[in-house]
Design a protein around this ligand. Structure first.
Ligand code: GUN
Length: 295
């Protein structure tokens, strides 16, 4: 293997230790303990696993999490009512509604109900709009985590060609914006590819920095990558595997074996982007609590 591993677990642990120290300081100086309200609707196993990890990370950082688990039959009105309760709760500084939501619920109606001051996922129209025009906001966690990883590894983005595969609201669209904005970890020339792209490999081969958030394993193989490229794999796919205790293994959207022969830096799955997403959620929740304490 040629590529160096970009270790998200290690960076996340370092940042979480720093966040925990800041949480302790905020508590000691203001009496405010950062609180995260987490709404999980239904029994999607991946969502349950993410939410459990987020709640554990909160506790480890000295924050409190309020854990609201609702049945898959929850109505949109009930979901919005829970969001309103958390909006009104002074002990809660951040609200997370785990996506996807069951089919009967319009995701955007629920997200729109979160007050922007507590939108630590950075998903509400106000935060997205503020990000786009460069105003202070909560940055969405996965895209922000990716930029932090590039910065920590000393990857130059300015003047480089970044290619993003995927155009979701959670990753593709916001990370393409962060990579292009005039800021540290940005100033790249960005191409966004998606399911309508005619010849994906023709674009990925031009990438100095390749961010893959397509939602399908094996979307990018070694022959699609420029030698020396930095490859960020955002995918988390459960591949059935009877030899594993849980009956599956995790794989990214990138074919790790072939791409790591060509790339200079690559994020593993698991242990790459995932731990950074949770870390940036803690970061935003701390920031929100500090603001509410007048900091
Ligand atoms: N589902 C997949 N990723 C995310 C995320 O970052 N936040 C929320 N709320 N739901 C998700």
């Amino acid at each position: 293997m040629r590529a160096t591993i970009l270790d998200g677990k290690k960076l996340a642990a370092d940042m979480r230790a720093d966040i925990a120290a800041q949480v302790a300081k905020l508590k000691a100086e203001t009496g405010v303990t950062p609180g995260l309200g987490v709404i999980l609707i239904g029994e999607n196993p991946a969502s349950l696993s993410y939410v459990t990890a987020k709640e554990k990370a909160c506790a480890d950082a000295g924050m409190v999490s309020r854990d609201i688990r609702l049945p898959a039959t929850t109505t949109q009105e009930e979901a919005i009512e829970w969001v309103r309760r958390l909006n009104d709760d002074p002990a809660i500084h951040g609200i997370l509604v785990q996506l996807p939501l069951p089919k009967q619920i319009d995701e955007s109606a629920v997200i729109d109900a979160i007050i922007p001051e507590k939108d630590v996922d950075g998903f509400t129209p106000v935060n997205v709009g503020r990000m786009m025009i460069g105003k202070r906001c909560f940055l969405p966690c996965t895209p922000h985590g990716i930029i932090q990883m590039l910065l920590s590894a000393g990857v130059e983005t300015s003047g480089k060609h970044a290619v993003v595969v995927g155009r979701s609201n959670i990753v593709g669209k916001p990370v393409s914006h962060l990579l292009m904005r005039k800021a540290k970890g940005g100033n790249a020339t960005v191409t966004v590819c998606h399911t309508g792209t005619a010849d994906l490999a023709a674009f990925t081969r031009q990438a100095d920095i390749l961010v893959v958030a397509a939602g399908h394993p094996g979307t990018v193989t070694g022959d699609m990558v420029k030698p020396g490229a930095v490859v960020i794999d955002v995918g988390v796919n459960r591949i059935p595997d009877a030899t594993r205790p849980k009956g599956f293994r995790l794989a990214g959207d990138v074919d790790f074996d072939s791409v790591s022969e060509v790339a200079s830096l690559i994020t593993p799955v698991p242990g790459g982007v995932g731990p950074m997403t949770i870390t940036m959620l803690l970061y935003n929740t701390l920031e929100s609590a500090a603001r509410s304490a007048g900091r």
